[in-house]
Design a protein. Structure first.
Length: 280
């Protein structure tokens, strides 16, 4: 393994399917990658992400392992070994001080929240999805809206606004999802891959039952015993049955991850050219 790449540290914010695809792609390309997330993320597509490592200690995604580590003192050893991706829930700014990453990728995909200004937190900061503006709150933004521009690098201006419906699968779009009707503790005995029928009770938030909006296979569901807030996406049903994609890296996350890798490599090349020029 190229030691220079391992010493090139990337901090990925989030452990959802998009964030995990980014971490997977960069780790596979040889970079030292660290994932940071909240203590109890509400991620639904957990078989397409590294999120469960935060609950089970480790998680595998397409041949790459992520392991939860609790101590910042063991972070360097994890990066040097390059055997797995460390994932942490420690205080973000303490982690930032300890890691001193060259790159931060905000892949939390908080579509309805205005992101904080992160442009000053690392030499290269990359924001994924709506509400990011290159040169304002991050250095580079990546388009995450489906279409021809998916994965496109934006070095000036903003990403597309959040518009339209989710992608349609077998004639179902937004009706494939269940959103929290109130805040409270999410409880379920169901898991990803379970077959459900229309109207079947599959979860509760406190005493409020949640029902399958369509028949199909559970593609995503928040972990049992996790607190959620109003409007959180907690359930996703795939109507394709046996043909449902419930594991692995999806096409959209993969294209976004490729965009991040290209942005990193271009920035790395530009930095090398500047260094060579100064040396002359």
């Amino acid at each position: 393994m190229n030691r220079e790449k391992i010493d090139f540290r990337v901090l990925v914010r989030g452990s959802n399917d998009v964030a995990s695809a980014v971490a997977h792609r960069l780790f596979g390309a040889g970079y030292g990658v660290v994932i940071h997330d909240d203590l109890k993320p509400t991620t639904t597509r957990r078989k397409m992400a590294f999120t469960d490592a935060l609950y089970d200690g480790e998680a595998m995604l397409e041949g790459i392992l992520a392991k939860k580590i609790d101590s910042l003192s063991s972070l360097r050893i994890s990066l040097i070994s390059h055997e797995y991706i460390p994932i942490l829930t420690n205080d973000f700014y303490r982690l930032l001080e300890k890691l001193r990453p060259q790159v931060i990728v905000d892949a939390r995909m908080r579509k309805h929240t205005k992101p904080s200004r992160q442009i000053h937190l690392a030499p290269l900061t990359i924001g994924l999805g709506p509400n990011f503006s290159a040169g304002v709150n991050v250095r580079v933004a990546i388009e995450t809206l489906r279409g021809d521009d998916l994965g496109k690098l934006i070095t000036q201006g903003a990403t597309s606004r959040l518009t339209g419906e989710p992608v349609s699968i077998a004639g179902h779009a937004r009706d494939r999802y269940v959103y929290a009707p109130s805040g409270g503790k999410f409880s379920t005995s169901h898991t990803i891959g379970d077959e459900v029928v229309l109207g079947q009770e599959i979860a509760n938030i406190d005493s409020t039952p949640l029902f399958a909006p369509i028949a199909g296979v559970i593609r995503g569901i928040t972990r049992d015993d996790i607190p959620v807030v109003l409007h959180t996406k907690v359930i996703e049903i795939d109507p394709r049955g046996e043909n449902a994609q419930i594991t692995g890296i999806g096409e959209r996350p993969a294209r976004i991850a490729e965009g991040v890798l290209i942005a990193l490599q271009r920035w790395e090349k530009d930095a090398d050219l500047i260094t060579v020029s100064k040396a002359k």
